[in-house]
Ligand binder design. Structure first.
Ligand code: SAH
Ligand code: TYD
Ligand code: ZN
Length: 408
């Protein structure tokens, strides 16, 4: 078990700071009668000595994660639908007001963001390797290229459609270990004043909230402002803006431009200072995170075991990719959680990866309501609490584990 590896950004030494052990693919929901051997890998995170980038110690081959049957649908929550509509509208009134603007999205999934750009009649292209979700985007009138974005993809897009005013990527850029190839591609693809805007979970929030379930196969990098700024500068790009966004439990939206093309905003300097002051990349912070993760596991297991001993029914709410880390790191099984309810058709009737807990549709949740529901989709808690008032009215209780294990 090597505890160092080579940084995917700068080739420096990445030192491991936490090992979650053997983990399955977070989005590989199994058919109950499947006899296929399940894929496992060692999920561990480290930070680079040189550039501070937090990253996984082992890479999962991309075709194992992103393929025809990739089940995640970006439109699966009203909150995210609204968020991406707002993102698109903001681009339409800011970056996309010139003559015949062109937008490229890396990882457009079911077209949740690009649909608004397409409806505005503007040129756009979604690059999306997962065939099933790409087909949904295409059916909505979104132009899609079924492919992994990397340097060669960018070259082909330039040949065909020219340079892009906006390259956008949400919850995808951090999924890509071959980040140098992507950044060379983006740098080539951007028009002189074009911007690369990406949104991903913020490591600062992960540490603050002990939201260790943000660590799983698909989340290869956990970005900070400090590490992103250094990374951008290695590829002729510059971090010119950063914004906190409240989705998915705490994310940052980073804006990169060609070096020297735009003046960096005050927010960049402010966030850099904040990260330095709190020691976000320090050994102490990383060690403290590991201790909080272990404590969280102990408390969650103690609570679930107590409820089982008392004969309570507990189900999981939201068969999230994130929950694979919780279920498998804590060793939660069908004895502790009866089933997990989820609205995604491609997950229903299947078993969760690793833990093999059955996934059922929303109708199973109220038939009859359980005593407790463990909120795996905690990042959508407002939307879910509002939708499921009848659960609480029936005497049911929510269990949360971010930022700490508690009955809500
Ligand atoms: N942007 C959406 C999708 C996030 S899921 C949202 O925020 O909800 C991540 C998506 O990235 C998946 O649909 C996956 O197929 C896609 N993806 C993974 N690697 C990619 C790559 N190299 N280029 C483009 N898309 C990629
Ligand atoms: P999400 O937290 O967005 O992402 P990830 O899988 O990357 O961790 O996943 C939310 C999951 O929860 C998705 O499978 C849909 C499901 N869900 C429900 O079942 N009901 C709901 O009301 C909402 C908002 C989501
Ligand atoms: Zn590095």
């Amino acid at each position: 078990m090597p505890t160092t590896t080579e940084c995917r950004v700068c080739a420096g030494t990445v030192r491991e700071f936490f090992d979650f052990g053997r983990q399955p693919l977070s989005d590989a929901f199994r058919l109950p009668d499947s006899t296929d051997e399940e894929f496992f890998f060692r999920l561990a995170v480290g930070a680079c000595d040189a550039c501070t980038m937090v990253q996984l110690m082992e890479e999962v081959p991309r075709e194992r994660m992103f393929h025809e049957d990739y089940p995640y649908l970006s439109s699966g929550s009203a909150g995210m639908r609204n968020h991406f509509e707002a993102v698109a509208k903001r681009f339409l009134t800011s970056e996309l007001t010139g003559e015949d603007p062109f937008t490229v999205e890396i990882g457009c999934n079911d077209g949740v963001m690009l649909k608004t750009i397409a409806d505005a009649g503007q040129r756009h292209l979604g690059v999306e390797p997962s065939g099933g979700v790409a087909d949904i985007a295409a059916s909505l009138g979104v132009d899609v290229r079924k492919d992994f974005f990397e340097e060669e993809t960018a070259a082909r897009i330039i040949d065909r459609s020219g340079h892009a005013d906006v390259v956008f990527s949400a919850n995808t850029f951090c999924h890509i270990p071959y980040i140098g190839s992507v950044l060379r591609g983006v740098e080539a693809l951007l028009s002189p004043r074009g911007v690369f805007v990406f949104e991903d979970p913020y490591f600062g929030d992960i540490v603050d909230k002990t939201s260790y379930d943000q660590v799983y196969d698909e989340h290869f990098f956990l970005f900070t402002v400090t590490s992103v700024r250094t990374m951008a500068s290695r590829f002729g790009l510059e971090l010119v803006d950063v914004e906190r966004i409240p989705v998915h439990g705490g994310e940052l939206r980073y804006t990169l431009a060609r070096a020297g093309a735009r003046e960096p905003s005050a927010a960049v300097a402010a966030m850099l200072a904040e990260e330095a002051e709190r020691g976000l990349a320090s050994q102490e912070t990383l060690r403290g995170f590991g201790e909080s993760v272990r404590r969280s596991r102990e408390r969650l297991l103690a609570l679930l075991r107590r409820l089982r001993a008392e004969g309570r029914r507990v189900v999981g709410y939201g068969a999230t990719a994130k929950s694979a880390t919780v279920v498998n790191f804590c060793g939660i099984d069908e004895g502790l959680i009866e089933f997990v309810t989820d609205t995604t058709p491609a997950k229903q009737g299947r078993l969760t990866p690793g833990g093999h807990i059955p996934v059922r549709g929303p109708e199973a949740f109220s038939d009859p309501y359980p005593d407790y529901a463990l909120l795996f989709a905690w990042n959508h808690s407002e939307e879910i609490m509002a939708k499921e008032r009848a659960f609480r009215d029936s005497g049911g209780h929510w269990i949360g584990y971010v930022p700490e294990v508690r009955v809500l």
